[in-house]
Ligand binder design. Structure first.
Ligand SMILES: C[S@@+](CC[C@H](N)C(=O)[O-])C[C@H]1O[C@@H](n2cnc3c(N)ncnc32)[C@H](O)[C@@H]1O
Length: 278
C-alpha cells in the first residue's frame, strides 16, 4: 500500500486487506488495481457502476473478482440511479490536426502550435515531490511530471487508466473535495483546469492546504478564475487561496488553452495560471 494514501473521511492511514483498504473509519475497494477512495464508496460505486465496469473492461483490467467486489459494495444501496461520469478529455490532445484551408488557416495553425503552452508552463512551475495531481484528464500534464512519487486522483476511472498508462504513477479514484491522501505529505499539488468544475472550490483549496507540506506549492490553471460565482470577479481564485493561508508566488493570466475536436472545431479558452505556496 502506498503510504501517501489515506482515507477520504478523516485522512487516516489505511491497511491492505486483500482487495480492500481499511481503517477504523471505513472500508474501500481496490478494483482492477485502482483504489476507490471516495467518502461513500458503496453509494458512489452504485452510481458509477457502468462507468467502472466499462473503463476497466476496455483495458483488460476487469476480473471476475472485481465484478464480485463491486456487486458486494453496491448490493445494499437503494435509491441511487446511474450517474454519468463524463469523459472530460479528448481522444488525442496532442497529435496532428488537419486544418481546413482558407482565411482561418493561419490563425488556427498558430493556435494549434501553442496547444501545449499552458501545460509546459504548469510543469515548469512544479516544486519537489511527492507530487499529487488532481483531475488528470487524458494525462497531458501527467506524462510530463518528472518528480516522484506521483499520485494521480480523478473521479473518472477511464481518465486515470489512460493518464497513468505506461507510467509508475499511482492512480486513485477520489474526489477533489475529499482528497484520499495523507496530511502534510506532498511537496507539490497540481490541478489543471479542474477547480472551476467543482461545486465547492473552497473545500478543494482547504484540502490542498491540508495535504501540502509547509513550503509546498500548489500549481493550478483555470479558464474561470471567478469560479462560477454570479457577479464574481476574476480575483475570486486568488482570494480563496489566500483565505486558506496560501501565498501566491506566480500569477500569469491570458494563456491560450486549445482543445481541438476536428478540422472545423477548435475550442479556445484563455486561462490563468497561479502558483501558491503554503
Ligand atoms: C477539464 S478536465 C482537465 C483535464 C486535464 N487536467 C487538462 O487540463 O487537460 C477535468 C478533469 O477533472 C476531473 N474531475 C472533475 N471533477 C472532479 C472532482 N470533483 N474530483 C476529481 N476529479 C474531478 C474530470 O474527470 C477530468 O478528468
Amino acid at each position: 500500500m502506498n503510504a501517501l494514501l489515506a482515507d477520504p473521511l478523516e485522512g487516516g492511514a489505511l491497511v491492505s486487506d486483500g482487495a480492500l483498504l481499511r481503517n477504523e473509519a471505513g472500508v474501500w475497494p481496490v478494483l482492477g488495481g485502482v483504489p476507490v477512495l471516495v467518502p461513500d464508496p458503496a453509494r458512489w460505486l452504485r452510481g458509477a457502476r457502468e462507468h467502472v465496469l466499462a473503463s476497466l473492461g476496455e483495458v483488460g483490467r476487469l476480473g471476475a473478482d472485481d465484478v464480485a467486489l463491486l456487486g458486494e459494495f453496491c448490493a445494499a444501496v437503494r435509491g441511487v440511479g446511474d450517474a454519468a461520469i463524463d469523459d472530460d478529455f479528448l481522444a488525442d490532445e496532442e497529435g496532428a490536426v488537419d486544418v481546413v484551408a482558407g482565411p482561418a488557416e493561419r490563425l488556427v495553425t498558430e493556435l494549434l502550435a501553442r496547444r501545449t503552452d499552458v501545460v509546459e508552463r504548469l510543469v515548469a512551475a512544479l516544486g519537489s515531490g511527492p507530487v499529487l495531481e488532481i483531475g488528470c484528464g487524458a494525462g497531458t500534464a501527467t506524462r510530463r511530471i518528472g518528480a516522484r512519487p506521483l499520485v494521480v486522483v480523478d473521479r473518472s476511472v477511464r481518465a486515470l487508466l489512460r493518464a497513468t498508462a505506461g507510467t509508475d504513477a499511482t492512480p486513485v479514484v477520489g474526489l477533489a473535495e475529499a482528497l484520499p491522501v495523507a496530511s502534510e505529505a506532498f511537496g507539490t499539488v497540481v490541478a489543471a483546469n479542474v477547480i472551476d468544475l467543482l461545486d465547492d472550490p473552497g473545500a478543494f483549496v482547504a484540502e490542498v492546504a491540508r495535504v501540502l507540506r509547509p513550503g509546498g506549492r500548489l500549481v493550478l490553471c483555470t479558464p474561470d478564475p471567478a469560479l462560477g460565482a454570479v457577479g464574481g470577479t476574476d480575483e475570486a481564485l486568488v482570494d480563496l487561496l489566500e483565505d486558506e493561508g496560501l501565498t501566491v508566488v506566480q500569477d500569469v493570466d491570458g494563456l491560450p488553452w486549445v482543445r481541438s475536436h476536428g478540422p472545423r472545431h477548435h475550442q479556445l479558452y484563455v486561462v490563468r495560471l497561479v502558483v501558491a505556496e503554503r
